[in-house]
Design a protein around this ligand. Sequence first.
Ligand code: GLU
Length: 427
Amino acid sequence: MEERHLNHLEPLGPLYEMAQNQFLKAAELIDLEENIKNFLLWPQKILTVHFPVMLDDGRVQMFVGYRVQHNTARGPAKGGIRYHPNVNLDEVASLAFWMTWKCAVMNLPYGGGKGGVKVDPYKLSERELERLSRRFFSEIQFMIGPNKDIPAPDVNTNSKIMAWYMDTYSMNVGVTTLGVVTGKPVDLGGSAGRAEATGRGVAIVANEAADVLGMDIRNTTVAIQGFGNVGSYAAKIISEEYGAKIVAVSDISGGIYNADGLDIDDLIKYRDENDGVIKGYPGGEPISNRDLLTLDVDILVPAALENAITEDIARDVRAKIIVEGANGPTTAEAEKILLEKGIFIIPDILANAGGVTVSYFEWVQDLQSFFWDIDDIRKKLKKMMVREFGEVYKTMKKFKTDMRTAAYIVAIDRVASAVRKRGYYPM
Ligand code: GLU
């Protein structure tokens, strides 16, 4: 047979390549067939949109946004939309790729998707933010739908924006369609417990990790980078419900350290009264981002953006457990160093999967028009996260590998099984 290049697609960027390498490490350990490997390495659909938004002063500004569906073998695409000045296709594609594995690790009937708009939302007025959100959603709408692709909040997007998305879609199709996005307000088809879900999941797996390492979480200290939705709920739940001591927290404005433990409710209240940032909080001393990441704590939770823990920082990290609240916070080089130091890393695709898990609950509730109470949600989330943590931990032992590779193995197994049974259309 003539020789052919079976995998000659254009590279998407350095972050996507790092994500592909994480996948390949696991694929090799389980001898994944070439055909499936080639298929799963690439996103299925990529959409770039350039769209106009009228500013309050009457000028029109152009924006760029993306929606990527990595793989839909197990179900409709699922994943958030972020607003950030550094958004680009490499990032959105990587985040979509991770969503495929995150949904599969949790055994949710979804594939992976992600979206983003390159914008600093803090520079827009409320009306401009609404116009941008509604126009972007209209632009990507042909790819979206409750059985096709279901967006959700991510960095700098929230329930208010999800309500605009839901309304925009509903107006365009002429039918109120609650199941088209998750993370909506609770009185508009949202789910109890969705806002706290990612942070709660981080707390649940941190507790599981402490357990398997023979530590009592009540005697642990914790540092958290990022005090947005994920970081603040993780801080609250790890301290209030699990009894750990949060000694440091940071956000874009800086960090706060208190060896006796921070009062998280008080810090959240301060943030909400001070333009959403913790700078100047009187209950602790200032601490730099680097010093926070390298603090002598038991548990470190990077809950901000990608590439937070670099090689240089990794050398000085002293935590015993890292729980990746953010997506992609550890670079490949950094991870190598951390693993050599014996640090236990709970990877993003497991650690922050609580959010999409309760998004799944929200979607099911929307489709059935039957809503559950908060106790049911919390109980189900905990059960699923404990079960899949156990699955990944067992796989780590079996393959004598790290937790990230083990999580990929569990996820790849599930996605590959779907691909084998569905085949490659047309056969
Ligand atoms: N954006 C979140 C994530 O990265 C949540 C996705 C969702 O709920 O669909 O997991």
